[in-house]
Design a protein around this ligand. Structure first.
Ligand SMILES: Nc1ncnc2c1ncn2[C@@H]1O[C@H](COP(=O)(O)OP(=O)(O)O)[C@@H](O)[C@H]1O
Ligand SMILES: [Mg+2]
Length: 401
């Protein structure tokens, strides 16, 4: 015995096609109602096994009709909702209204027929044909029922929500970490300043004569304390930059002047290392809008690195411009950076081929700080480097905001 059907559908063309296609699949006992009210009357009178309800109907819509059938009139029939579009929200709604399935109407009503067959098979208990067709449906690469798509969508949505939650948690943790590092670094600065002061005053003989050996040992302690101060300053800087706490103090500044200032600062150090330090400015002045101290910090870091990683040859600071931008390059003939390390250069705590010894100390934070500072300026920084030949870092700042 095949299942008895009722179609509640206002579109006459759809009514005819559905009836025909369902009949071809063996469902010949099918009544049709063109609106919800008539549908409810027919459902109670004819007691169909399966009712197909369109979502859009004149008067009461399909969802309302479905609810009335399943929850008010409590018909025993299984209700399949039909829609012209795939919409997960509607699918939820259909389920809430008591629908058994939710199908998309395609030109061949394929999903609908499959759904009717499946439900009919389940209703008849052991109808082998219907169950076979239902199983075939499961294998079909074409998803017949929207439940399949919906379940996948639901799973994706759940995962996405979890991912969003985790990302938020990570962001919070990251901010907490930055704030923690900032606080600790800040707190370390004061005692460290006291240590530094006491050591240098003792070395300078403020508290009386000291022996050469005492001076030598105190100088080692002093160098260690100075290095510690640099590390703490870098940590404080990076954590403040990451926490978005650094506000730029922008002004119109001359890049040539800033470069000269850094050049003068490093001149002795370069000479001591036997390296030629050069300054090339292509115009008398090249002005950009920037935070003066922060840009000095960037150039200092780049030139400091260049001297640190160059044993022979030269380091050159070049300042040039184009119509809209000021450009500063720091070129060296030093050890260079291996190609595989280039993508990691601006990451935190990255130090390549580190050799321990004087002049090699660092935190691996300098370039990451430089990059953050330039990003804050809407500027950019990049490099070219070849292992064994040398490195050129270039940064660019807008002349006007
Ligand atoms: N001019 C350079 N030549 C060769 N290697 C460099 C140069 N500048 C930076 N590097 C490499 O990039 C790493 C990161 O630099 P930086 O962030 O300034 O950290 P640090 O100077 O504290 O080591 C350095 O340890 C070094 O391996
Ligand atoms: Mg450095």
């Amino acid at each position: 015995m095949t299942a008895k059907l009722l179609i509640i559908e206002d579109n006459e063309q759809d009514q005819k096609i559905m009836k025909k296609i369902l009949a071809r699949s063996g469902f010949e006992d099918t009544s049709v109602a063109s609106d919800g009210e008539k549908g409810v009357v027919l459902a109670e009178r004819e007691k169909p096994d399966i009712i197909l309800v369109d979502t859009v109907l004149p008067g009461k819509d399909g969802f309302e009709v479905c609810r009335e059938l399943t929850q008010v009139r409590k018909v025993t029939a299984k209700v399949i909702m039909m829609t012209g579009r795939i919409d997960a929200v509607d699918a939820d709604k259909a389920r809430a209204m008591g629908a058994e399935d939710y199908c998309v109407k395609t030109s061949d009503f394929h999903a609908l027929v499959s759904s009717v067959k499946k439900i009919a098979g389940i209703l008849s208990g052991d109808n082998p044909q219907a169950i076979a067709s239902a199983e075939k449906k499961e294998e079909s690469p074409q998803l017949d029922s929207i439940w399949g798509i919906k379940k996948t969508n639901e799973a994706i949505r759940t995962l996405y929500k979890e991912l969003e939650k985790k990302t938020e948690e990570l962001k919070k943790l990251d901010k907490l970490k930055s704030e923690f590092v900032a606080t600790v670094s800040h707190e370390l600065r004061t005692p460290l300043a006291l240590i530094n002061g006491a050591i240098s005053q003792t070395i300078d003989g403020v508290y009386g004569e000291i022996t050469d050996l005492q001076k030598e040992k105190l100088t080692i302690a002093h160098n260690g304390a100075k290095l510690l101060k640099r590390i703490i300053d870098d940590l404080l800087d990076i954590s403040r930059l990451e926490a978005g706490e650094v506000k730029l103090n922008k002004d119109i500044v001359d890049l040539c002047l800033l470069a000269k200032e850094v050049f003068d600062f490093f001149l002795d150090m370069a000479k001591q290392k036997g390296i030629v330090l050069k300054l090339t400015t292509l115009k008398p002045a090249i002005t950009v809008v920037a935070d003066r101290d922060r840009i000095v910090q960037v150039i200092t870091n780049l030139v400091g690195n260049a001297i640190k990683f160059t044993d022979h040859g030269e380091v050159e600071i070049i300042v040039e411009d184009n119509e809209k931008q000021g450009i500063c390059k720091v070129r060296d003939t030093g050890i260079g950076i291996a190609e595989e390390d280039l993508p990691k250069v601006f990451e935190r705590f990255q130090q390549f081929g580190k050799k321990f010894g004087p002049g090699q100390e660092g935190t691996g934070l300098g370039l990451s700080i430089c990059k953050s500072i330039l990003e804050l300026h809407n500027g950019s920084i990049f490099l070219q480097s070849e292992k064994g030949t040398g490195t050129t870092f270039t940064f660019i700042l807008d002349k006007r905001e």
